[in-house]
Design a protein around this ligand. Structure first.
Ligand SMILES: [Fe+2]
Ligand SMILES: [Fe+2]
Length: 287
């Protein structure tokens, strides 16, 4: 047990980090003992058919698009890893049920596995593409003036009830459509893990909602709408900018045609996000 005091002496004298600094999204493995232990915890990563993938079979433009798509997927998983950790802290502070938090402790590790899978897929395609980002802006923290329970509910709704819940049918669609055994195995692992993440948000709500009043439920609807807005504008961009794409083993959208993707996406939003939230008296709107 640690008795560390977070207020360190001399903290205010330290040089401030320039908050507008962009950093390159690059990752590494430590190797040796940490890698061996991690591999034992998650043997599915090394079990993937990495050696069966021959990137030279694909046209240059398809390869570049796929490298970029898998790198963006790795970055998205990296952001989700940070969000799952923020949610864990909020759940602990809210004194959510121990078994519920215990289930969620696996999620950051799942997301790191997804980061590695997507980054390695970009690697076998020829290497990751450049992503510049501000590490301190990876995720939006819950508002500190809220109660511990509402802080937890805010991030759980944004991350699990919207973000994770809407992505599951999309990932499952991509998994169904993937033809090559390597992306199929990668997507299969991610889909399996994400199914538990999507369920978790609604488990949490079923515990938390009896403790919240109508005003707080309305606040949670706003949390959900904040998470839905960027997803919706991304879908609009896809709808406006892209004609239906041919099926391809290395298509950047994850092996679904654009029209199939958008159809699946809208159905996922209705059935896995808006429906379950409204059924719990969270009056979320599709703005
Ligand atoms: Fe993930
Ligand atoms: Fe996830």
């Amino acid at each position: 047990m640690s008795g560390d005091d977070p207020g360190e002496p001399g903290g205010s004298e330290r040089a401030a980090w320039p908050t507008d600094e962009l950093e390159s999204f690059e990752l590494e493995l430590y190797g040796e003992g940490p890698e061996r232990r991690y591999r034992r915890m998650r043997p599915e990563v090394e079990a993937m058919p990495w050696d069966d993938f021959d990137a030279s079979l694909y046209d240059e433009d398809v390869r570049i698009a796929a490298r970029s798509a898998w790198t963006r997927a790795a970055f998205q998983e990296h952001r989700t890893a940070a969000a799952t950790l923020v949610s864990l802290r909020a759940l602990v502070e809210a004194r959510a049920p121990v078994d519920l938090i215990g289930v969620a402790t696996r999620f950051p590790q799942d997301e790191l596995v997804h980061v590695e899978l997507c980054a390695r897929m970009a690697g076998v395609l020829g290497g990751g593409t450049e992503i510049l980002h501000r590490p301190q802006e990876l995720i939006r923290d819950p508002v500190s003036s809220l109660s511990p329970l509402m802080r937890a509910a805010d991030i759980v709704v944004r991350l699990y009830c919207v973000g994770e819940a809407v992505s599951i049918p999309l990932l499952r669609g991509a998994w169904h459509a993937a033809k090559h055994p390597l992306p199929k195995a990668i997507l299969g692992t991610i889909v399996r893990d994400e199914a538990a993440h999507g369920t978790f948000g609604f488990w949490f709500l079923d515990w938390a909602l009896p403790r919240l009043g109508p005003g707080e439920r309305a606040e949670l609807a706003i949390s959900a709408e904040r998470a839905i807005a960027p997803i919706r504008s991304l879908w609009r961009e896809i709808a406006n900018g892209a004609a239906p794409q041919p099926d391809s083993e290395a298509h950047p959208l994850g092996w679904m045609r654009t029209d199939t993707y958008l159809e699946t996406a809208h159905a996922a939003m209705q059935n896995h996000v808006l429906g379950p939230l409204r059924a719990r008296s969270i009056p979320v709107r599709w703005l």
